[in-house]
Design a protein around this ligand. Structure first.
Ligand code: FES
Ligand code: FES
Length: 138
């Protein structure tokens, strides 16, 4: 069974969305030991012993939003929201590696995720805003 199906159908973690089912759209992205992977391309059994973080797991322990989630709210980084879980996990992992991206770097960071609604501009703004929030800037 694919990891995306394990998450959604066995564990009820429906925050992970499935779009193309062949590794193109990025909607199903989760973090595997902190690194983004397309859960529609991975067998669930193959991740035994590894940490899987879904969009549900980005939320802070006190229930508050992750800075990337907050930034998407602040910058209107979503419309229908179908693509959003994949963007959130992708960006959260990216900012761990590059906490101060330029706008061009932010565009590159999300270049593997597809969105049918937003035109990407507000998602780029959300990446930059999330980086500010993580750096503690107002
Ligand atoms: S559903 Fe996995 S990449 Fe599109
Ligand atoms: S917000 Fe609708 S697909 Fe991205």
């Amino acid at each position: 069974m694919l990891l995306s199906d394990v998450l959604r159908h066995e564990l009820g973690l429906t925050g992970t969305h499935v779009g193309c089912e062949h590794g193109v759209c990025g909607a199903c992205t989760v973090l595997l030991d902190g690194r983004p992977v397309r859960s529609c391309l991975v067998f669930g059994v193959s991740v035994d012993g590894q940490d899987v973080t879904t969009v549900e797991g980005l939320t802070e322990p006190d229930g508050s939003m992750h800075p990337v989630q907050q930034a998407f709210q602040d910058c209107h980084g979503l419309q229908c929201g179908f693509c959003t879980p994949g963007f959130l996990t992708t960006i959260a992992a990216y900012l761990e590696e590059n906490p101060e991206p330029t706008e061009d770097e932010a565009r590159e960071a999300i270049s593997g995720n597809l969105c049918r609604c937003t035109g990407y501009q507000n998602i780029v703004a959300s990446v930059l805003r999330a980086a500010e929030l993580q750096r503690g800037e107002p």
